[in-house]
Design a binder for this molecule. Sequence first.
Ligand SMILES: NC(=O)c1ccc[n+]([C@@H]2O[C@H](COP(=O)([O-])OP(=O)(O)OC[C@H]3O[C@@H](n4cnc5c(N)ncnc54)[C@H](OP(=O)(O)O)[C@@H]3O)[C@@H](O)[C@H]2O)c1
Length: 319
Amino acid sequence: MVFYSTIKPMLTKKSKIYIAGHTGLVGSAIVRKLKKDGYTNILLKTHKELDLLSSERVKRFFAKEKPDYVIIAAARVGGIKANMTYPADFLYENLQIQNNILWSSLRNNAKKVIFLGSSCAYPRDSNQPMKEEYLLVGKPEPTNEGYAIAKISGVKLCEKIYEQYGKIFISCMPTNIYGPGDTNDPLKSHVIPALVGRMHQAKINNNKEVIVWGSGKIKREFLYVDDLADAIVWMLKKYDKKEFLNIGTGVDVTIRELALLIQKVIGFRGQIVFDTSKLDGMPRKLLDVSKINSLGWKAKTDLEDGLKSFYNWFLENLK
Ligand SMILES: NC(=O)c1ccc[n+]([C@@H]2O[C@H](COP(=O)([O-])OP(=O)(O)OC[C@H]3O[C@@H](n4cnc5c(N)ncnc54)[C@H](OP(=O)(O)O)[C@@H]3O)[C@@H](O)[C@H]2O)c1
């Protein structure tokens, strides 16, 4: 028989904290932040050491390690092309990874679990900016339906565990993330590393122009990855409610504004040309972050400063 403790958790610098997916963009920033803040008992396993798709291996790992706190930043993540090519894999793998970790965390009496959802889980035709209560009022974007359904299931499983077992299993919905560790992998189609890579190359080659797909008019929100890590550690310490929280800046920019900022940061002197023959995505995708702001957390890094840090990291990693 399992005893489910409902005592309010007491996070200390020695608490055992497992970060699933610590080699990824977000997971690595969470580890940096925890180490910076003096947490000393951080539990990490690479994909090779622990395949989170295997229920048996995850069960054995949790039974042995019994982490007090768990942050789920492991997932199969990708851009539109990858999502459209492998929709079954995106649905199956994400359900499997999160179900394995959530259920083993419950069975082994983890004190608190934070699951990372994604703003992609919101309905395609959602009102903007997107408030937490807009989740499930409409259908997700069809091109990433599998991923979105998995994320919604993860958020809902946390809520149901909270209701049924009284355990602090909670979720957040981050917006688009960028920063050190972000890759130019075409399968992930992250706009910032893609534009930085191309504009940097154009500067080195003395090219006269860089082409950006689409009209440049659609608007997107971008959060610096260290700010997301800060928000997650803030949730670990301060937030115990069942309701999930949006995490973003609450501010969006057009792709044209973003491209001009990147041009300034890199010092590219050529022209930016928008290829309007390429399709634009949703005109706007912005999170309403008034809830987390009112609870005391706000993003700190302004977009230009974040782009400068990312570009420095990019140059370091070219060497
Ligand atoms: N990036 C964004 O813009 C963004 C926005 C909103 C929400 N999020 C959410 O944040 C979380 C992290 O995203 P990310 O951008 O950091 O993704 P990422 O860079 O692709 O990292 C994913 C991590 O999960 C690990 N992983 C994947 N499958 C695994 C498996 N079967 N077993 C063990 N480990 C596995 C990866 O290890 P390997 O690389 O070794 O496979 C990697 O460490 C995801 O839940 C994502 O939905 C991200």
